[in-house]
Design a protein around this ligand. Structure first.
Ligand SMILES: Nc1ncnc2c1ncn2[C@@H]1O[C@H](COP(=O)(O)OP(=O)(O)O)[C@@H](O)[C@H]1O
Ligand SMILES: [Mg+2]
Length: 310
């Protein structure tokens, strides 16, 4: 295990009866990075996080968090890490301030409660009861709670699930601020955009196994489809004109669109130049970049789903 590892996992497995929820996964999270676990519901994300948080004993395998073994060193891990559980909830009747104070008491820590409320922008809501907070505010309070012990590393299990785009961006900002202090973030999510925006590296987890793990951009360039050029409402003779450049093009009879899978050999400007020389017109031009959605589809044959788009 290298000194720079914030989390190191070897062959970690969790069975629930016959179900292998987490199936022999191995990975390392470096100190100071935002690492994301991306996968659909039921992939094994929460089970993994719960093992790393020492809430759940693995069936087999090893894991170290900040150098401490999860089976032996629970106290040290608890002291130095913060946790935002999936669907964070707490006492309905406690106010924002009381909630932070309550969790600080549990950790025997003495945080600057006003400072924490300011950090998550809940000063105005300090006397509001938990039950009266919106989903976004509850998550922000959850993040404040995760920070009461001034942790080196935070686990965030689906921190923006179900939030509207505005609330989601606020949470992203908070995660980024924490990261900027040199802290480590282990995040689970089923939102691809969240990973693309936040994560330095991503592990894609599917049916309990890690099917790919790398820097986000690297995964997209390795497994994504090539970037696409779409010429809307053009004519079929655009195809042979483009193919003169040694690149394949497809005409869709229904839409009248021509699609070109771009590669490094041909520049978009060459294609446009060729079309204009042949006096071929189009209504609109679109460039589509590969995304993690393509990566996921290529690796699993399944889509992470339209519902997950932000
Ligand atoms: N306590 C449990 N008992 C039995 N099965 C469970 C339990 N928790 C999770 N599972 C199952 O384990 C699999 C992985 O679940 P989970 O780790 O919650 O995935 P994710 O967080 O990626 O949605 C799912 O099939 C889920 O139904
Ligand atoms: Mg989960």
């Amino acid at each position: 295990m290298n000194d720079n590892a914030a989390i190191h996992v070897e062959e970690l497995t969790e069975r629930y009866g016959d179900l292998v929820a987490v199936n022999g996964i191995s990975f390392t999270v470096n100190k100071g990075e935002i690492f994301a676990f991306l996968g659909p519901n039921g992939a094994g994300k929460t089970t993994t996080v719960e093992m790393l948080e020492c809430l759940r004993k693995p069936t087999s395998g090893k894991a170290y968090v900040l150098g401490y073994g999860i089976s032996k060193d629970r106290e040290n891990i608890k002291k130095k890490t913060g946790v935002l559980p999936q669907d964070f909830a707490t006492y309905e009747r406690l106010t924002v301030k009381e909630t932070i104070q309550y969790f600080a008491g549990m950790f025997n820590s003495h945080p600057d409660v006003d400072g924490l409320m300011k950090l998550v922008d809940l000063e105005d809501k300090k006397d509001a009861q938990f039950k009266h907070l919106s989903g976004g505010l509850k998550q922000r309070l959850g993040i404040a709670v995760a920070l009461v012990n001034d942790p080196e590393l935070i686990f965030l299990d689906e921190p923006t699930s179900g939030l509207d785009p505005k609330a989601r961006h606020v949470v992203w900002h908070l995660i980024d601020e924490f990261h900027k202090q040199g802290k480590t973030v282990f995040l689970t999510t089923h939102y691809m955009e969240e990973v693309e925006v936040l994560a330095d590296r991503v592990g894609i987890i599917y049916e309990g196994k890690i099917v790919a793990l790398d820097a986000t951009e690297k995964l997209i360039s390795d497994y994504g489809k090539k970037n696409l050029l779409v010429l809307k409402k053009t004519t079929p003779n655009a195809v042979p004109t483009i193919e003169k450049l040694g690149i394949k093009a497809n005409f869709d009879n229904t839409s009248g669109d021509v699609t070109v899978h771009l590669n490094h050999a041909v520049a978009v400007s060459d294609i446009l130049h060729e079309l204009s020389s042949a006096d071929i017109h189009y209504r609109e031009l679109q460039l589509k970049r590969s995304s993690l959605e393509d990566v996921f589809l290529n690796l699993t044959g399944e889509s992470l789903g339209e519902d997950d788009k932000i």
